[in-house]
Design a protein around this ligand. Structure first.
Ligand SMILES: [Zn+2]
Length: 199
């Protein structure tokens, strides 16, 4: 039994009948999600599950550690920046969420070194988060504080994209930072001076 195809069959038999009209409308009218989420690729941190979203509601970018790089328009392959450009300039989302999480292997790789077999791309990618290491309270101390600092860094990097800053300054776009605690299932709002659980 192939678990992937079994999952698909459950989708077709249990979810599709109830969701069919929504998908047909999305196919006809196109997508117009109100929110974009930048999250980690970690299999335990599914933004759609955490925020209870259905198809069409959330434009999602996932990468190692859920990082937003600084604005750098050159000939490089900027997958993360391309998704942000599409979400903000084409879909015109009204909120952009950076979702970090506890026990993040990407943040850990930045702080403590990437696994030896992940040095072609992972090691250099997570360097984006390096400035957060000193910003984390207690220096290179607790990893959860570094994870929160990485969320703040990604939010700051978002503001280096001129059309993100313009949309934020004109009140068309709101930026939010959260961190998900896998162990407790609690979502923490990342603020300038710390983190507070979402009620
Ligand atoms: Zn992660």
């Amino acid at each position: 039994m192939d678990p992937l195809l079994e999952g698909y069959r459950r989708f077709r038999s249990e979810i599709w009948p109830a969701e069919r009209a929504r998908y047909e409308a999305l196919a006809h009218w196109g997508q117009s999600p109100e929110s974009m989420v930048v999250a980690c690729s970690d299999s335990r941190v599914d933004p759609q599950m955490i925020f209870g979203a259905v198809a069409g509601e959330m434009f999602v970018l996932r990468n190692i550690a859920g990082l937003v790089p600084p604005y750098q328009p050159d000939a490089g392959y900027h997958g993360a920046s391309a998704a942000i450009e599409f979400g903000v300039r084409v879909l015109k989302v009204s909120r952009l969420v950076v979702l970090g999480h506890a026990q993040c292997g990407g943040v850990r790789a930045m702080a403590l070194g990437a696994p030896p077999e992940a040095r072609d791309f992972v090691a250099s990618w997570v360097e984006i988060a390096r400035p957060a290491l000193s910003a984390g309270r207690g220096g290179a101390g607790r990893l959860d504080e570094v994870e929160a600092a990485v969320v703040r860094l990604s939010l700051a990097n978002l503001m280096t994209f001129p059309w993100v800053a313009e949309a934020v300054n004109e009140g068309r776009l709101a930026l939010h930072g959260f961190r998900f605690d896998i162990h407790t299932g609690v979502l923490l709002r990342v603020e300038a001076d710390g983190e507070r659980p979402v009620e």
